[in-house]
Ligand binder design. Structure first.
Ligand code: ATP
Length: 244
């Protein structure tokens, strides 16, 4: 469960997010949609405290992860472990496939060699890559295709067992087949982790999201079940956005 209370954020003098109040249920997939520049990415990055890495970022309000405000956590790395984020462009760390998965577990430490081996197999299996890569775990991850790399990126996050998985347009550079595999993967993961996905692909939101949030100009305009929001939007701004 993650809850955003009266959250606002600015870059320098420019206010990007205005009084955001949202609650995300444990085992839901929520799609975050809205026009370009409305603040979707800023909201995701605020949730896992990566927005503050940008110069001039300021925030107020609270973001509660199981009742604890993430902005009161001393070391933001501990927030980023609990709230992982997958970016638009699949990223391979310049390491082997296996070491990409082990990057987080090694960083946070405390695992035996046997536990690390089991994390590699378990994680690659859960992202549907094990059969494809089990013979070449020590090969550079950069050799994988875009779709495989995006699944590896999701695996790299899952390897540290986060409570929340944020995805920022994860399929925008992928073909239909790879997109379908990522969507199936997210549907499978939903029981393990709260998923919030920014997407410009409205059909994708309709296919996989239980709930949808529509944002415009840094504000939440509507938050509802995906079916309700797409079939009977209540806010005129949502209606106008969906009419195009
Ligand atoms: N590091 C930054 N410094 C200053 N302004 C920024 C920074 N990052 C984003 N912005 C501004 O914040 C606003 C919201 O951007 P954001 O990327 O959150 O929107 P978005 O809804 O995700 O857009 P898109 O759908 O195009 O990815 C935009 O006006 C953008 O120019």
């Amino acid at each position: 469960m993650i809850e955003i209370q009266d959250f606002a954020a600015s870059y320098g003098e420019k206010q990007i997010l205005h009084t955001i109040n949202l609650a995300f249920n444990g085992s839901d997939i929520t799609a975050l949609i809205g026009p370009s520049g409305c603040g979707k990415t800023t909201l995701l990055k605020s949730m896992n405290r990566t927005a503050e890495l940008q110069p001039g970022f300021r925030a107020s309000g609270r973001i509660l992860l199981t009742d604890k405000d993430v902005y009161t956590v001393k070391n933001p790395a501990n927030v980023r472990r609990q709230i992982g984020m997958v970016l638009q462009k699949p990223i391979a760390l310049p390491l082997s496939i296996k070491e990409n998965i082990l990057f987080g577990p090694r960083y946070y430490g405390g695992k035996t060699k046997a536990e690390l081996e089991s994390i590699v197999e378990g994680t690659l299996t859960s992202v549907g890559l094990w059969q494809e890569v089990k013979e070449k775990l020590n090969s550079p991850a950069g050799q994988l295709s875009g779709g495989q790399l995006q699944r590896l990126s999701i695996g790299r996050i899952l390897a540290v067992a986060p409570q929340v998985l944020l995805l920022d347009e994860p399929c925008s550079s992928l073909d239909i087949k790879s997109t379908q595999m990522i969507e199936e993967l997210l549907l499978e993961l939903r029981s393990r982790v709260t998923i919030i996905i920014v997407t410009h692909n409205l059909a994708q939101a309709r296919r996989i999201a239980d709930k949808t949030v529509f944002m415009a100009e840094g504000r939440v305009m509507e938050h509802n079940t995906t079916k309700q929001l797409f079939e009977q939007p209540e806010n005129p701004v949502t209606q106008e956005f969906l009419a195009f």
